[in-house]
Design a protein around this ligand. Structure first.
Ligand SMILES: Cc1cc2nc3c(=O)[nH]c(=O)nc-3n(C[C@H](O)[C@H](O)[C@H](O)COP(=O)(O)OP(=O)(O)OC[C@H]3O[C@@H](n4cnc5c(N)ncnc54)[C@H](O)[C@@H]3O)c2cc1C
Length: 366
């Protein structure tokens, strides 16, 4: 049987960031990835926004890792010349009825430690974004965009430079606890690992349930929320990311710009029961309605449904908005295993902070 010090399951942005952190600590690391390439799921199906942390409940893992992750990520992008831009974001009140929601958001931001939001009135907004029609807005100067593929390439390069190995087309189908560590079942073979980090994203809870020894009651219920994106196929003048007020399940159908200046809207919110990336083009109608609240000039026929991503949500009665769950020994009682559940937005922003936290937890096992 192959014996490995640390196995990371899944080569999305989280698995790659974790592999980098473990390898730089001097551990032997193998990343097992089911697909023929890294980053084929949620890490390449998102808005590529570097979030500032104002949206998440006070004291949540999302708030903590978003704020810490944002600082780490900007520094890492500068150090490694990863394409990114700190464009800033406007969260808009389309009309007066949205203002209480915006005030509440600013209060939440302050509690989270996001102290740099500023108010903009109609007059300033007209100068800044002439096509935007809004009663007022909060401006977040530290929100930005990033080339998420370049980020993953860089994380992988760092991990490999520190000795980590990525093994593609290697699906982990289950495992069992032993005295020497976890035995993983990988395409009919068995691998013994002293430390296992389950960073398999959307199906992390399904995989955890297939590991003998993991008490079932410690595996959270995960719900899926699909979000479709719509490309804008006419010229535009927007220079900021533009968000409405958040809606249950998501941050609201927003405008993001990519590094080439192309605009896309999304993701919308659709609760689904299984991983399914089918895009329903009919969802564009609601998207027009939502956007025209603050961009009445959006021409008909300008939007086309493109791709979608799926948010894995761990929702509890005490955390209805969902939170990240980084689960170690204290959660499931198994030495050597770390499960990562519910790593939806802002997971991209938070990846380096989550990796630090996983490293800290792993040190307890060594
Ligand atoms: C619609 C949407 C928009 C988002 N927008 C943003 C944003 O703007 N900013 C932000 O900060 N965050 C955003 N996020 C969140 C961010 O994209 C995710 O948190 C992050 O990509 C999760 O990465 P991951 O590595 O956990 O998952 P994934 O990228 O899904 O990686 C998991 C990997 O595990 C592999 N795998 C699965 N099962 C197995 C197995 N059994 N064996 C081996 N390998 C396996 C998969 O093939 C995959 O490669 C968004 C998310 C969504 C859904």
């Amino acid at each position: 049987m192959n014996k490995i010090d640390c196995v990371v399951i899944g080569a999305g942005v989280i698995g790659l960031a974790v592999a980098r952190a473990l390898a730089r600590e001097g551990r032997e690391v193998v990343v097992l990835e089911a697909e023929p390439a890294f980053g084929q799921h949620t890490s390449s199906r998102n808005s590529e926004v570097i979030h500032a942390g104002m949206h998440y409940p006070a004291g949540s893992m999302k708030a903590l890792h978003c704020l810490r992750g944002q600082r780490l990520l900007y520094a890492y992008c500068r150090e490694r010349a990863i394409a990114h831009r700190q464009l800033g974001k406007l969260i808009v009140a389309a009309d007066e009825s949205d203002m209480p929601g915006l005030v509440a958001l600013q209060e939440k931001a302050l509690v989270n430690g996001v102290t740099n939001l500023t108010w903009m009135d109609r007059r300033v907004l007209a100068e800044l974004e002439p096509d935007l029609q809004a009663y007022g807005a909060l401006h977040s100067p530290t929100t930005g965009i990033i080339d998420s593929h370049a980020l993953m390439v860089s994380l992988l390069a760092d991990a490999e430079a520190a000795g980590a190995q990525l093994v593609l087309q290697s699906r982990v189908t289950g495992g069992r606890e032993t005295e020497d560590g976890m035995v993983l079942f990988v395409d009919g073979e068995e691998v013994l690992a002293k430390t296992v980090v389950n960073a398999s994203g959307l199906t992390a809870h399904v995989l955890a349930a297939k590991m003998r020894g993991v008490p079932h009651e410690t595996i959270p219920r995960v719900r899926y929320v699909r979000g479709v994106y719509f490309a804008l196929n006419v010229r535009h003048r927007f220079r900021h990311l533009i968000y409405p007020l958040p809606e249950p399940g998501g941050l609201g159908t927003h405008l993001t710009l990519d590094l080439a200046g192309n605009a896309r809207f999304g993701p919308d919110v659709e609760w689904i029961n299984q991983v399914d990336y089918t895009v329903d083009p009919g969802r564009v109608d609601v998207c027009y309605q939502n956007i025209r609240r603050w961009w009445p000039g959006l021409p008909s026929g300008a939007l086309a449904a493109t791709y979608c991503g799926i948010r894995p949500k761990v929702i509890n009665v005490d955390k209805p908005e969902g939170d990240f769950l980084i689960q170690g020994l204290e959660g499931h009682g198994i030495r050597g295993l770390i499960n990562l559940f519910g790593i939806e937005s802002p997971g991209l922003t938070a990846c380096l902070s989550i990796a630090d936290e996983v490293l800290r937890r792993c040190r307890q096992y060594w």
